[in-house]
Write a protein that binds this ligand. Structure first.
Ligand SMILES: C[S@@+](CC[C@H](N)C(=O)[O-])C[C@H]1O[C@@H](n2cnc3c(N)ncnc32)[C@H](O)[C@@H]1O
Length: 256
């Protein structure tokens, strides 16, 4: 289950919660002869789905999305939305999640604790280049940039909508951060002093191979939440309970 893309996991969770809730209510109806109203069923199905999502370690925002799923489906049916509304929703999702199905890396955002933990890894008092691989809405760069006037901050993002939003935000804030719309696999990581990634377990083996092949000795490869199958990280910074909130940093060795 953990190996499936999060969207497929969520579909299975919804189905499992539906079946569990149906069994529960069927049992209740037989034993105590109570016919539970539909809103009660929806509430229990949503609660079960959220609990399963949490148990399987899905990102926290899925815990909120799961209970909203059945009510949203019910609303969509009753509002008799025109077909173009579904097409528009699909296109919007596509622009945000683009090739998540292929990369198995959806958009979810790191937080201030992670950005703060990055600060000691960045060289103070000399120029350097930092890149966020899969830069989402740009927050990592916007947070770090003012702390390091000599740093050059770059991000690369494969999905069009987050990339566009980060570009607009950079323009709005007068930020010097550079946002590329490229697959990080096409970049040369040897150009950077600090490479940061918050991706998914599925993306790590190929990325680690790329980092080992391209990164210069003495530079940092930093991953939020996800380890690589290789040497133990030189720094392990726990940000909160659980591996999802740990920053791992490898100092690239002198010989590859
Ligand atoms: C988990 S989000 C992290 C966002 C941001 N770095 C942060 O910490 O808030 C991962 C992002 O990587 C992007 N991504 C996935 N595979 C990519 C690839 N091969 N090249 C560039 N971006 C990619 C996804 O579209 C998504 O926006």
């Amino acid at each position: 289950m953990h190996r499936l893309p999060v969207s497929l996991q969520s579909l299975l969770i919804q189905c499992a919660a539906f079946v569990l809730a149906a069994l529960l209510f069927w049992g209740l109806a037989r034993v105590v002869d109570i016919a539970v109203p539909l809103p009660g069923f929806v509430l229990v199905q949503g609660g079960l789905a959220a609990a399963l999502s949490r148990r399987l370690g899905q990102p926290a925002w899925w815990w909120v999305l799961h209970p909203a799923f059945l009510p949203a489906a019910w609303l969509a049916l009753h509002l008799a939305l025109p077909p173009w509304a579904y097409l528009a929703a699909f296109v919007l999702l596509l622009l945000f999640f683009w090739s998540s199905f292929r990369t198995r890396v959806p958009l979810y955002l790191s937080d201030r604790k992670a950005w703060q933990a990055l600060i000691p890894l960045l060289p103070a008092g000399r120029p350097f280049r930092f890149i966020d691989l899969g830069s989402g809405l740009g927050d990592v760069l916007f947070y770090l940039e003012p702390c390091f006037p000599l740093g050059r901050f770059e991000g690369t993002e494969i999905a069009p909508a987050p990339w566009l939003i980060s570009r607009l935000r950079a323009a709005w804030r007068g930020s010097g951060a550079i946002f590329l719309r490229r697959d990080y696999a096409t970049l040369d990581l040897g150009d950077y002093d600090v490479v940061f990634a918050f991706l998914s377990p599925a993306a790590m083996p190929a990325l680690w191979a790329q980092a080992q092949a391209q990164m210069r000795a003495g530079t940092w490869f930093v991953s939020l939440s996800f380890k690589v199958a290789g040497p133990p990280p030189e720094r392990t910074i726990a940000l909160a309970d659980g591996a999802r909130h740990t920053l791992f940093a490898w100092h690239m060795p002198a010989t590859k």
